[in-house]
Design a protein around this ligand. Sequence first.
Ligand code: AMP
Ligand code: MG
Length: 414
Amino acid sequence: MGYVMRTVEDVREEILDAVKPLDPVKLPLLEAWGCVVVENVRAPYDIPTFASSAMDGYAVRSEDVAGAGDSGVVLKRVGSAFIGKAPDGEVGPGQTMWIATGAPVPPGADCIAPKEDVTAEPDSITVHKTFSPAQFIRPPGQDLQKGDIVVPAGKVLAGPELGNLSTAGFAEVRVYPKIRVCVVSTGDELVEPGSKPSYGQIPDGNGYTISGCLKELGISPVKPPIVPDDEDLLRELFVSKAPDADVFISSGGMSVGDLDVVRKVVEELGKIDSYKVAMQPGMPQAFGVVEGRTYFGLPGNPVSVFVSFELFIRPALMKMMGRTDLDRPVIEASIDEEMEGLVDKTRYSRVFVYRQNGEWRARSTGPAASNLLGTVVKGNGLAVIPPGDALIKAGEQVKVQMYRPLEQVGAFGK
Ligand code: AMP
Ligand code: MG
């Protein structure tokens, strides 16, 4: 059976339509790090909950110190207000209490005289300045008022969001769970990394490319040992790993050759759409369901694997985790050397984007061949050359889909 040829946009749309966020779960705060919040979380009370001092000093009554001129005002010290405790007294007229930063303001006092503005004796203080009501007091509800949004729906939980949830009294939060992804590397020629390949063998690069890209999404990959081109072993792997995975990603064995057993096995085990994508690199691919799990089948060539992951799998996995910011940034850059398009395919050329004289420039990191993973390592973006065999000349603009954050782009023309 030959493959149908489909456009990148068509395949991407099919995949993104088909995948859905997993069912939400309630997780303890630290386990929820990196996950997307399902619904607006609202403050159950004012934060901070009580008025506290913004300074180390003395809790005073503003009317008492209104007359503090050169000679100052003397107040009687009636106690201390410590952090973490309710005040054990009141500040009456002519009185004061020592107060620490963060300690609740005792009743009666309406402002704080910082210790720098006071001369202290054991039983009294002299205040040398005037203070207005509420001065140096952190009022309740200053950060969030009851009912305000602590973390909005759709937000990815990072440190400050977790801190805000804890501050608002939550120990758990409802999020879309991280997905479990099983990465399957197939091929008789593959060996595990670190073991010496005999002549003609190669280490499993794809399994690590994919697993590393998963880690960047906060996903811990499930990475079983390499599977040779053997139908029974492959079948056994999919069946045995399905309980531990929400998604399978395989590389290799997608073509229509005798050794391309992956395609046969997944078609037998599941419901699979196999097609060629009109792109270079990365032609034969598959998408569907295997053993009840979302399945992505990638070709074996290392650059095809990376580019296909970027274009199709990364946004799909993000959607499954509740993310809506699925697209990488695309910028326009002028190219340093000419680039050739293909008649009927979109070409994704690896480039290094840099900033020079106030404009983005892109230079090729090597030949177009889809086995040269080093061209991805040296680059930071994919120059998108649309179908049509146009020759784009040096100095002309191309769109570049970035795969490294823009802030890491060499700003100094390195
Ligand atoms: P295939 O699609 O299985 O015919 O593989 C196409 C090319 O990709 C062959 O040169 C394979 O050796 C290579 N390849 C397949 N799997 C991997 C892998 N996991 N790591 C590196 N190269 C691979
Ligand atoms: Mg193979």
